[in-house]
Design a protein around this ligand. Structure first.
Ligand SMILES: CC(C)(COP(=O)(O)OP(=O)(O)OC[C@H]1O[C@@H](n2cnc3c(N)ncnc32)[C@H](O)[C@@H]1OP(=O)(O)O)[C@@H](O)C(=O)NCCC(=O)NCCS
Length: 178
């Protein structure tokens, strides 16, 4: 059994290099640990894409690896640990422009993992023929806002507390972290 402190230090030592995988049953426990760490850090206020119980995660892993058009659920992994989670959602509900979400384990931040995940998700969206990506971000989430603005997202007001970010993927330099 891995104790919370051991998990923190193994994740802190784990980056880079990072590999990206579609969420699959093999990553459900690691994703659960990442979401639990985000909740423990209070970051579930900023990032709450869906419930984090294992039945929900198993169902998403089945959807992500199943046949047909579906939303994209991806994990960034290093040394067997899930460092980050990234989503592109909306296709299942029939929306043409997917909504992006990203979160990085608190012990793995500030080392470019989010940028790598954003690059990966933009490449996944392009490969699916999408020309635009959107996201929602709380106005007080300054780390995420700095990341999205650096990648070229244009922010539009969304109610009183959020921005809606939009990125055109057509431009060859758009959305690139380099
Ligand atoms: C926002 C988040 C994804 C950034 O992850 P990260 O791996 O630390 O980000 P990176 O190391 O890839 O840094 C990318 C950029 O993010 C911004 N950033 C990262 N840490 C920052 C900090 N402490 N202060 C300000 N900006 C910061 C910078 O623009 C940085 O680019 P730079 O290194 O060239 O300055 C991470 O803090 C997180 O998971 N937060 C909780 C969940 C969340 O808010 N998700 C977004 C919901 S909309």
């Amino acid at each position: 059994m891995t104790l919370p402190g051991e998990e923190q230090s193994s994740i802190a030592a784990a980056v880079p290099p990072v590999m990206f995988h579609q969420l699959a049953p093999a990553w459900v426990d690691g994703l659960g640990a990442l979401l639990a760490a985000l909740a423990a850090a209070g970051d579930d206020r900023l990032f709450h894409p869906h419930p984090r119980d294992s039945a929900t995660l198993r169902r998403l892993a089945d959807v992500a690896t199943g046949p047909g058009e579906h939303d994209e659920y991806h994990v960034a992994v290093s040394s067997g640990a899930v460092l980050a989670y990234g989503l592109l959602r909306g296709w299942t509900e029939g929306y043409p422009v997917p909504s992006l979400g990203v979160a990085v384990h608190p012990a793995a931040r500030g080392r470019g993992v989010a940028r790598l995940m954003m690059d990966h998700l933009h490449a996944v969206a392009r490969a699916r023929g999408v020309r635009r990506v959107r996201l929602k971000v709380y106005r007080d989430n300054l780390r995420a806002l700095a990341l999205y603005r650096a990648l070229g997202y244009r922010m539009e007001p969304l109610g009183g507390r959020e921005w809606c970010g939009l990125l055109d993927l057509d431009s060859p330099v758009s959305g690139s972290a380099v």
